[in-house]
Structure formats: structure tokens, C-alpha cells
Design a protein around this ligand. Structure first.
Ligand code: ARG
Ligand code: GLU
Length: 744
């Protein structure tokens, strides 16, 4: 029955007819689910945790229908070209986007288009201040380097990759056989399908999927609201619900003559998309089914409790402390001097994004006692493992993981401390680049090859200096070095300690001297130096005090940290794979979802705010333009509502984009998402676009390790706000005309 539906869909039955078929299908399946429920009587309210590989959706179908899905899962994913998978794209290297017209129009987040907009912006074309809207196709701006990837087909190739490898094979042997087979498989599929073919491991290497995809590289900017809309609320509202950001931008895929991927050419044509998302403009209610389709990056849901404990007690706290210090210094300098603000604003956003997320993560993990729950689970697993006489390796897994992890606390500490403090100082990062020059001096490059390489490195440095301020960095140096030396002496490099002692023991004075004597922080001095550099001129680098710090750090890493960590990583990679395999076996009929790995996934949940918590605002699930205007504050850059938007609000002429006299702006739901899901379409029960995912709530950022339906929420821009801004603010009604809007 379901197969027939898909067939009708495939041959392109007209909309009316397919809506009718969907309706019948829905009734039938609801009935089926109810009967099944009646028979088993055991559908407890389970967490809607999970990011499912589209080919696994069949196993989720009963549950998804019960939750409210009203279309067959074959419509979400199939291999015939008609599935919604063809409309959900990997945007760039770490975001999601979706195709929303048959002319290749792509919607994604503002913060995902930010880099492209920055490269196209200049003082007289400041797209952050004024936005950008292409009024015709020929005004759409090429974005070199940007790509969009469409996934056509996923194939489980586990048997081809792992078949015949004995369980007793060492990891080294297993890996070498698997990688050779993967290369062969990819080559074979590439030849046969004329698309990209890539095999990726899932479930810690227990399964492999082949991903067949098309990557388009002529992508052009179409619409980009100013920061007063697209980044409204800035870092204050980042990772926070309720939210008021119009975090969207639009691009278009251009293709060659045959509609296939082609490098940029003026004469390329808008990509003719067979499949694009329909847009539902009549909204949603609390409790409605939603689905997020996209490319989540990384999660660690099956991790061993000892590793999770290190996250809560070691790595997150160190990163937060170091970044608090660094952001404090940056903030001070940025407030005092607008030119420093412009240099550091993007770096600040990047550093602050992790800083805030990890605070939510620690709080969430502690409040939920995630480590305790993991331990309980490990006890259950261990008890189960003792019964597994067929696969005896499970019996000792928990104790082996404990044995491997326990002694690593101090090395994990040292590594993270070094990474977030000394390596977080920009002069040390410049020293790392200078060290590349030294590397060239020590090889037998010809003089001209040497000059070429130095020139390339010089260009790289010039890019770095554009957004660098030495006095700011000097203050960061003092703050982070103080933190480094405050740690137990076992974590501190003796050479760096000696350097401080030789300079008199005062970190501040030591920093002053370094920034006075080193050439590394100064763009002009460096440019002059590099211009006339000869291969024999190594002394200026080896004599540099900042380079000495870098090299001492490298020594500490090479001699102790790296070898110990890589031993540990090797052992844990092996144990994690077996632990995952064991957990899957123990789960029996219940299918576990694989951790995120930046491949196409489906998560589903329901519209609704966080019920727990003291604040009255917690329960709300939607914000409106009225809320945005109420937050307007001309003294705070990120809360300044653009004048034109305020006027639009005052006119109350919202047309079809309003609900109850207000334009909805953002909403929240219980879909399991992570970084990479930015720009993901949020779909309704019939697979129609209702929003654009862009963030998670602070209380639930722990969902990368531990999902709780109570507090884990994704945050999306309401599609009606996207369309309202595009039409009324951007004056780009031509784009709306391309889309397919559904009113019911
Ligand atoms: N927290 C969101 C995501 O990881 C949005 C980041 C961009 N926004 C910002 N205010 N920095 O990554
Ligand atoms: N902003 C995130 C991204 O860039 C999505 C939020 C999250 O981590 O869930 O992918």
C-alpha cells in the first residue's frame, strides 16, 4: 500500500490527488498504529531523542505516525529523486540549507551566510549595516568557495567494508582492510553514478554508509537582512530562549547547461530543482509534530561515564575560565575603540559561542546527573555482558574503559589548559606561522621556491593582521599566562617557566618585554622582514621570545602530552567501537540512532516551550515582531531595531504573514539537534516548511551528550518572518513568487 503511494508520488500525480492519497494513507496508518497499540498496549511516552539516518526511517515510521506525521516516510527519503532529501542540502562545510523553489533558491541561516557576506562587503557596500537584496537574477552575487551538496542516495555498505574481517583482527589490520575497501567502493560508485561517492563510518565504525551526492559550486547571494534583523540580540540572546533573531539569508544554486554542477560562469543558469520544499504559511500550534532535516555535526550520546565526567569537570571548566578572561579583555578594548571592535567582533562571536554553550552544557549535565545515569547504565550493561558467553569481549569492556580513562585526567587537563591558555594567545599563533618559515629554511628548497613560500606565508599573515591588535593581545597574554601559571606545576612547561623567571618572574612585565622586542605582533615590521628574507636568516625567528614560548609548548606536547593522548585515543577507539556494538546488541529490537557525523539526518519532536524552570517566559513557545520592537534599544548595537522595521510594525500592515495581528518571529520545539543543524528546515506533519532551525536553548545544550525531553529545545525562525522580511523589508517579492505557499 505504502509503496503504491510512493509510486504515485514518483510519477508526479497532481497535488490535489496526492493530497487525497496522503489523507487516505494517514487514516489507514493511524488505524494501523492504534490497532498495534491496542494489541501490545505498551506505548509509553518515550523521549523523542535521536537523529535518524533517512534510510532507517522505515523503522521509525510507526512511532513518527503516532507522534503526528501524516505522510509516508518514503516521501521524506527515497532513491528515485522524489524524496525531500533532494531538497535538504549541506550548505558550505558545516551548515544546512534547503531548496525552496524550482529555480534553485536556497534558504539558510544569516550566521551561515555571514562569511560569504563578509567577503562581498566593503565600506561602501556594508551588507551587515544595510542588508543585501538582489532585485533580478543578474544582481545575484557569486560567492567563490561556497558549495551546496545534495544527497541523492544512501547505501548501507557495512558488509562490503567489514565482511570477512575476523572479530579477533587487530584494529590496525581491520582499519587497513576497511580503508582500502572504502577507496575501491568509492571509485566504483563514482564511475557508475557520475556523482560524488563517499563512505562514512557510523556507530563508532560498526556500520558504514555510502553517500551519493552532487556538489554545486556556483552559488550566489540573493538576500541577506542587515544585522539588526539577522543577528538581532547578538551574543546576549545566543543559546537562549525566548529568541528574536531573523537568522536567515538566501542564496541560489547555478548549474551548467545540463543542469549539472559546473564551476562559476556568468552564463550558468539557475539550477532547475525537481524537488523543493513547499512552504506552509498558516502556522502551527503548541504540541504539533515537527521534524528537523539536516546535517548535525558531532554528538557523543553513547560515551563512557568517565569521559563525560572529564567534560564536566575538566575540559569545559578550563575552556570557560580561559575564555572568560580572554573575552573580558577583548570586550574592554572593543568598547574603548571602534576600530578594535571591527577587528575582533567576528572572533569574539566564535569564541563566545563555545564559551556560552559549554556553560549550559555543564549546568544541564549536572542538573540531570548525566554522569550518574551513565554509571547506572554501565552497571546494567556489565550485568548483561556477563551473560554474553558468545561474545566474551563485552564482559571486560566497562572495566577496561575505566582502566584506560582514569589515569588520563591529568594529561587531559594539561592538554586542555595549554590549548585554551597559551595557544589561545595570538602572538603564539603568529609564532606558529613563523615556525613554518623556519621549517622552509631548514629544507633544501631552491631560492625561488623559498621566496614563493615566504610570500604565501606573508599573505596568510597579512590576512591575520587585518583583524589583530597588539596591545589587546598583550593584555590577553597577561591574563591567560597568569591562568596557565596558576595551575599545578606539573602542567606547566619548565622552559616557559624559566623564561618567566629570567624576565624577573612578573607576568605583566614579561609580557611588556615580549611585545616590545618581538617583531611578530607588528605587520609592517614583519612585512619588511619577509621582503628581504634569505634562507640563512633563521636567527630572527629562533631569537624571538614569542617563538621560544611556542617551541617550548611544542616540546611539552611532543614529549608527554601527544604520545600519552594518542595511546589513550587508540585504546578508546577500539573500546568505544565494541561498547557501541554491545549497546546495540543489548538494545535488541530497539534500534539505536548513530551519533551525529555531519551526514543527513532526521529528528522529530513537538512544538512547545520548556516547562521546567522558574521564569514565566519558560513555557512560551513563540515570539512575535511586537516582542522584537519592545526590545529595541538604540544604545546597544545588537538590540537596535532598524528604522524601517519599526515603521512596518507601526503600520500593522502585515498581510498574510500575520497570526492574531502579530508577525510570529521564532518558535521552539523538542527536536534533537546540534551544531550543523543551523539552517535546517523545520517541517510540519506533511513535510512542509514552517521554520528554519538556528539555535538551542541554554538549558538543553547538554543534548550533545544527554538528551532530556524536558529541557532540550531547538530554536527556529518562523517562516512567516522570513517571508515578511523578504517581501516588506527587502522589497524582494519576486522571490516569494518563485515559492510554493500552502495555506491550509
Ligand atoms: N549558537 C548558534 C550556533 O551555534 C548561533 C551562533 C551564531 N550567533 C551568535 N550570536 N554568535 O552555533
Ligand atoms: N547554531 C548552531 C549551528 O551553527 C545550531 C545550534 C545547535 O548547536 O543546536 O549549527
Amino acid at each position: 500500500m505504502i509503496k503504491d503511494m510512493v509510486l504515485s508520488e514518483k510519477v508526479g500525480v497532481k497535488d490535489m490527488k496526492s493530497a487525497r492519497i496522503q489523507e487516505i494513507f494517514f487514516r489507514f496508518t493511524q488505524m494501523f498504529v492504534l490497532i498495534t497499540l491496542g494489541l501490545t498496549g505498551s506505548y509509553s511516552a518515550k523521549c523523542k531523542e535521536g537523529m535518524w539516518v533517512p534510510t532507517m526511517l522505515k523503522t521509525r515510521e510507526a512511532d513518527m505516525l503516532r507522534e503526528g506525521l501524516q505522510i509516508p516516510t518514503e516521501m521524506l527519503y527515497n532513491e528515485t529523486g522524489t524524496g525531500l532529501n533532494n531538497a535538504v542540502v549541506l550548505f558550505g562545510k558545516g551548515c544546512t540549507g534547503e531548496i525552496i523553489s524550482d529555480k534553485g533558491l536556497v534558504l539558510t541561516n544569516h550566521h551561515c551566510g555571514y562569511g560569504s557576506a563578509q567577503r562581498l562587503s566593503s565600506p561602501d557596500k556594508d551588507y551587515f549595516a544595510y542588508g543585501f537584496w538582489a532585485m533580478h537574477n543578474d544582481e545575484e552575487l557569486p560567492c567563490p568557495g561556497l558549495t551546496v551538496t545534495i544527497v541523492r542516495k544512501l547505501i548501507d555498505v557495512t558488509a562490503d567494508v567489514l565482511g570477512g574481517i575476523a572479530d579477533t583482527a587487530s584494529d590496525k589490520l581491520r582499519d587497513s582492510i576497511a580503508s582500502k575497501r572504502i577507496l575501491d567502493l568509492e571509485a566504483k560508485y563514482r564511475k557508475n553514478y557520475a556523482t560524488d561517492a563517499m563512505v562514512k563510518p557510523y556507530y563508532q565504525g560498526n556500520k558504514y554508509w555510502m553517500i551519493l551526492s552532487d556538489t554545486y559550486s556556483d552559488i550566489r547571494l540573493v538576500g541577506f537582512p542587515p544585522n539588526g534583523i539577522g543577528a538581532f540580540g547578538g551574543d546576549d540572546e545566543n543559546w537562549v530562549w525566548p529568541r528574536h533573531t531573523g537568522d536567515f539569508s538566501m542564496f541560489r544554486i547555478y548549474a551548467g547547461k545540463d543542469n549539472k554542477p559546473a564551476p562559476y560562469a556568468k552564463e550558468n543558469k539557475p539550477f532547475k530543482a525537481d524537488k523543493f520544499l513547499e512552504i506552509k504559511v498558516s502556522g502551527y500550534k503548541k504540541g504539533d509534530f515537527t521534524l528537523v532535516y539536516g546535517f548535525p555535526g558531532t554528538t557523543n550520546e553513547y560515551t563512557y561515564s568517565g569521559e563525560l565526567k572529564q567534560v564536566v569537570e575538566i575540559t569545559d571548566p578550563i575552556a570557560i575560565a580561559a575564555r572568560t578572561a580572554k573575552l573580558g579583555v577583548w570586550q574592554r578594548h572593543m568598547t574603548a575603540d571602534r576600530s578594535i571592535f571591527l577587528k575582533y567582533t567576528s572572533k569574539y562571536a566564535g569564541v563566545a559561542n563555545g564559551w556560552k554553550k559549554w556553560q549550559g552544557e555543564i549546568k544541564g549535565l549536572k542538573d540531570a546527573d548525566a554522569v550518574g545515569h551513565k554509571k547506572d547504565f554501565e552497571n546494567t550493561f556489565d550485568a548483561w555482558a556477563q551473560q554474553q558467553t558468545k561474545n566474551k569481549v563485552y564482559m571486560s569492556l566497562i572495566s577496561r574503559m575505566e582502566k584506560a580513562t582514569a589515569p588520563t585526567d591529568s594529561i587531559v587537563y594539561a592538554d586542555q589548559l595549554q590549548r585554551e591558555t597559551v595557544t589561545g594567545i595570538e602572538i603564539v599563533q603568529i609564532a606558529a606561522i613563523a615556525d613554518k618559515i623556519l621549517g622552509c629554511m631548514r629544507t633544501n628548497l631552491t631560492d625561488s621556491a623559498f621566496t614563493d613560500t615566504v610570500k604565501k606565508i606573508g599573505d596568510e599573515l597579512a590576512g591575520f593582521y587585518k583583524n589583530y591588535d597588539a596591545p589587546t593581545d598583550k593584555d590577553v597574554f597577561a591574563a591567560l599566562m597568569k591562568m596557565y601559571f596558576a595551575a599545578s606545576p606539573t602542567y606547566v612547561s619548565p622552559q616557559i617557566k624559566d623564561a618567566l623567571q629570567n624576565a624577573g618572574g612578573n607576568v605583566q612585565a614579561w609580557g611588556d618585554k615580549i611585545y616590545r622586542t618581538s617583531v611578530l605582533p607588528y605587520t609592517e615590521k614583519m612585512a619588511t622582514m619577509l621582503k628581504s628574507l634569505r634562507k640563512s636568516d633563521s636567527a630572527w625567528i629562533t631569537g624571538d621570545p614569542a617563538w621560544k614560548i611556542f617551541i617550548a609548548l611544542q616540546r611539552a606536547t611532543k614529549s608527554t602530552i601527544a604520545p600519552q593522548l594518542s595511546e589513550y585515543a587508540k585504546e578508546m577507539k577500539y573500546l568505544r567501537r565494541l561498547y557501541m556494538e554491545g549497546q546495540m546488541e543489548m538494545a535488541g529490537d530497539k534500534t539505536l540512532y548513530p551519533d551525529a557525523n555531519l551526514t543527513l539526518r532526521v529528528a522529530y519532536g513537538k512544538v512547545g516551550g520548556i516547562q521546567a524552570g522558574k521564569s514565566k517566559k519558560q513555557g512560551i513557545y513563540q515570539t512575535t515582531l511586537g516582542d522584537v520592537v519592545a526590545l529595541d534599544d538604540s544604545t546597544k548595537a545588537s538590540f537596535k531595531v532598524p528604522q524601517k522595521l519599526k515603521e512596518l510594525y507601526r503600520s500593522k500592515d502585515f498581510g498574510r504573514w500575520a497570526e492574531g495581528g502579530e508577525v510570529p518571529v521564532a518558535f521552539t520545539a523538542s527536536n534533537h539537534t546540534t551544531g550543523g543543524n543551523s539552517g535546517s528546515p523545520v517541517l510540519d506533519s506533511r513535510g512542509r516548511l514552517i521554520g528554519l532551525n538556528f539555535d538551542r536553548a541554554f538549558e538543553g545544550t547538554m543534548s550533545d551528550y544527554w538528551f532530556s525531553e524536558k529541557v532540550c529545545r531547538n530554536i527556529a525562525v518562523d517562516i512567516r518572518y522570513v517571508l515578511f522580511i523578504t517581501e516588506r523589508f527587502g522589497g524582494c517579492g519576486r522571490l516569494i513568487d518563485e515559492m510554493k505557499l500552502i495555506e491550509d
